[in-house]
Write a protein that binds this ligand. Structure first.
Ligand code: ZN
Length: 325
């Protein structure tokens, strides 16, 4: 009997061992699949949400961030989805969108991709009224760093909520990813808060200067986005002049602006590179107001620190414009 049991045990051991090896191979393969197939693809509707995504993603690239628009596209005003956008959206798990009407194509997205998780970064933010499009909100909230931190936190919550739906990932991996996104969010928000403190200091200095230079506190802006940084810096926007692509402003509009600058003693005209500053320059020539260039952080390098750098430059420009040392 013993002689028969020993080979039988041997066979059983071999079967058990090879079973274990096969199981571990399958596990390895699944492990690879977790990386390949279940990497989380986050699409951003344009540059500003894209930069938020870059800051929140893990370093291992399990969370992939892609922007629908090219990084030199600018704001989405009247943007039409391209074939490439549709392809990216078909692969995406999450869409980070600015909200407030910035993504005019949104229904096209929800109709075509009903399973795509859409994260509205402006949830809980009260927007300014548009001075250009009556009855609509001004969606460019990211230029107020305080509101921007709300957008960053909304992105964090949206991504983490999605991670927690991925029951095919191990609980360990899910909690690792979640921790990483939390940690990255905290690091990024603290950088944004440092920018916000700079604006507080600017306002303090302005209060001290106010009696000397009252005109400095009124401005004309040439992109509605600047309404948010102006508000945050305690400036009054006397007028918003926005150029639709390719259309020149009538002589009447420019003459009215010149009159307004003279009447209200407006000191600054805030424009930006990509929208051209011809109109602002013409007003400058006929008045005492000066043109300054603000970066609305809607174009730039594909670099996580792009927003922070743009805002640092903006604060330098504001200090110069408002004669704050
Ligand atoms: Zn815009």
């Amino acid at each position: 009997m013993k002689n028969k049991i020993i080979p039988l045990l041997g066979i059983m051991i071999v079967i058990a061992l090879s079973g274990a090896i096969i199981a571990s191979l399958i596990e390895q393969k699944n492990g690879d699949n977790v990386q390949d197939e279940h990497a989380i693809t986050v699409a951003a509707s344009f540059y500003a949400p894209y930069i938020i995504g870059l800051n929140l993603a893990d370093d291992e690239g399990i969370i992939r961030i892609e922007s629908l628009t090219a990084s030199d596209e600018g704001c989405l005003h009247d943007y039409q989805l391209t074939a490439n956008d549709m392809k990216l959206l078909s692969q995406a798990d999450i869409l980070l969108m600015n909200g407030g009407g910035m993504e005019a194509y949104l229904t096209e997205v929800t109709d075509n991709f009903p399973d795509l998780v859409i994260v509205d970064l402006s949830r809980g933010i009260t927007m300014l009224d548009s001075m250009v499009h009556e009855g609509e909100p001004n969606p460019h909230v990211w230029l107020d760093p305080r509101l921007y931190t709300v957008q960053v936190a909304n992105a964090r919550d949206g991504i983490i909520a999605y991670i927690n739906t991925l029951t095919n990932l191990s609980e360990e991996l899910r909690s690792e990813l979640e921790d990483k996104v939390y940690e990255n969010t905290e690091i990024y928000i603290s950088k944004v808060e440092a920018i916000d403190e700079e604006l507080d200091k600017l306002i303090e200095s302005l209060k001290e200067n106010e009696k000397e230079d009252e005109a400095a506190s009124k401005t004309i802006i040439f992109h509605e986005a600047f309404a948010y940084i102006a508000q945050r810096a305690g400036l009054e926007v006397a007028k918003t002049i926005e150029l639709e692509d390719e259309t020149a402003l009538s002589a009447g509009v420019i003459a009215d602006a010149v009159d307004l600058v003279k009447q209200e003693d407006i000191g600054t005209l805030f424009t930006e590179k990509q929208y051209g500053d011809d109109i602002a320059k013409r007003i400058e020539e006929e008045t005492d107001a000066k043109v300054y260039i603000i970066d609305s952080a809607v174009t730039g390098e594909k670099n996580a620190d792009a927003y922070i750098r743009a805002m640092e430059e903006n604060i330098i420009t504001l200090k110069e414009a408002l004669k704050v040392r």
